[in-house]
Design a protein around this ligand. Structure first.
Ligand code: C2E
Ligand code: MG
Ligand code: MG
Ligand code: MG
Length: 280
C-alpha cells in the first residue's frame, strides 16, 4: 500500500544525491502541511533525580508521522524546517503543546513537574518569539519557572548577539539550558556571560565515560565546572547502572536516558508517573 511504498521512498535518504534532493523537496512540501494536518506529536522523556530515581520533569521531543514516508526522525526534518523558516510555526506548536500537557499533569497532582523544550537558534533570533511564549504561558496560567528552553551549543554561532535574545526570554521567568554541551567546539569564555541555568552534558561523553581514564576525567571535569559555575548539571543518554553510580559519585544529580525510560507517549508517561511518583 501507499505507506509501505513510502517507507521504501524514505530509504532514498541514503541513496543518490539527486534522489535525496528530490526527497528533501518532498519533505519541505510535507512540512508546510504537517502543522495544519496535525501530523506532529510530542513524546516525553522522563528527567530523573538520580539519588532517588524519581521523576522531576520531562523533555518534550517532536515526532512526525508522514502520510507516505512513515515516521521521520527530528534529525532529518528539523534541519529542513530551519532552512525553510518553518521551524517558527512548528516551534510555536511544540511549546504550546508541551506547556498544555505539562499544565494538565500539574493539575493532576504533579505540581512541581517541569518541562524542557528544544528550540532552534532561528527561534531564538526571532524578535516576536518572547512575546508569543509570554502569551502561551498566560493562556495556560503556567508558572514560567517550570519551562526550560534547550539551545544546542553547536548551533549558536554568535554568542554576543545571543545574549540579548536569551535575556529577553529569561526576563519572562523561564529557564535556559545549553544542550549537547561540550560538542560545539566553542570557547568556554561564553559561560561567563550567557545568562543560562543548566548544562546538559552531551550523551557522547557518557558512552565511554567508564571505559577510559580520559573519558572519566572529562565527565568529572565538566560536572565540576558546571557545579563551580552554579549551573544545574544534567546528564543525557544514561544507559546503565554503572553510569548512574559514576555520575552520583561526581555530584551530578539529574539525568535522563534509556536506563530509566525512552521518550514516551503521554499515556505511557502517566504510567511512568504511577511507578516513579512524587518529586525528589
Ligand atoms: P536532544 O535534545 O539532545 O535529545 C536527546 C535525544 O537523545 C533524543 O533523540 C532522545 O530520544 C535520545 N536519547 C534519549 N535517551 C537516550 C539514550 O539513553 N541513549 C541514546 N543513544 N539516545 C537517547 P530524538 O528524539 O531523535 O531527537 C534528536 C534531536 O532532535 C534532539 O536532541 C533535539 O536536538 C532535536 N529535537 C527533538 N525535538 C525537537 C523540537 O521539538 N524542536 C527542535 N528544534 N529540535 C528538536
Ligand atoms: Mg534536548
Ligand atoms: Mg536539543
Ligand atoms: Mg542533547
Amino acid at each position: 500500500d501507499a505507506k509501505e511504498k513510502g517507507r521504501d521512498n524514505y530509504q532514498f535518504f541514503n541513496a543518490s544525491l539527486n534522489e535525496s534532493m528530490r526527497v528533501k523537496m518532498h519533505l519541505e512540501n510535507g512540512l508546510r502541511k504537517a502543522v495544519h494536518r496535525q501530523e506532529f506529536t510530542l513524546c516525553y522523556q522522563p528527567l530523573i533525580y538520580l539519588p532517588t530515581g524519581r521523576i522531576i520533569g520531562t523533555e518534550a521531543l517532536i515526532r512526525w508521522e508522514h502520510p507516505e514516508f512513515g515516521n521521520i526522525p527530528p534529525s532529518d526534518f528539523i534541519p529542513v524546517a530551519e532552512d525553510t523558516g518553518l521551524i517558527i510555526p512548528i516551534g510555536d506548536w511544540v511549546i504550546e503543546e508541551a506547556c498544555r500537557q505539562n499544565k494538565v499533569w500539574q493539575n493532576e497532582g504533579h505540581e512541581k513537574l517541569s518541562i524542557a523544550v528544544n528550540i532552534s537558534v532561528k527561534q531564538l533570533e526571532d524578535p516576536g518569539f518572547p512575546d508569543r511564549i509570554k502569551k502561551i504561558l498566560a493562556s495556560f496560567d503556567m508558572d514560567p519557572s517550570f519551562l526550560e528552553l534547550e539551545i544546542t551549543e553547536g548551533m549558536m554561532q554568535d554568542f554576543d548577539s545571543s545574549i540579548p535574545n536569551i535575556k529577553r526570554l529569561k526576563d519572562l521567568g523561564l529557564k535556559i539550558s545549553i544542550d549537547d554541551f561540550g560538542t560545539g567546539y566553542s570557547s568556554l569564555s561564553y559561560l561567563k556571560v550567557l545568562p543560562i541555568d543548566t548544562l546538559k552534558i552531551d550523551k557522547s561523553f557518557l558512552d565511554d565515560s567508564l571505559e577510559s581514564f580520559r573519558g572519566q576525567a572529562l565527565v568529572k571535569t565538566i560536572i565540576d565546572m558546571g557545579i563551580n559555575l552554579q549551573f544545574n548539571v544534567i546528564a543525557e543518554g544514561i544507559e546503565d547502572r554503572m553510569q548512574v553510580e559514576f555520575l552520583l559519585s561526581q555530584g551530578c544529580l539529574i539525568g535522563q536516558g534509556y536506563f530509566y525510560s525512552e521518550p514516551l507517549s503521554p499515556t505511557k508517561c502517566e504510567e511512568f508517573f504511577q511507578k516513579h511518583l512524587s518529586p525528589r
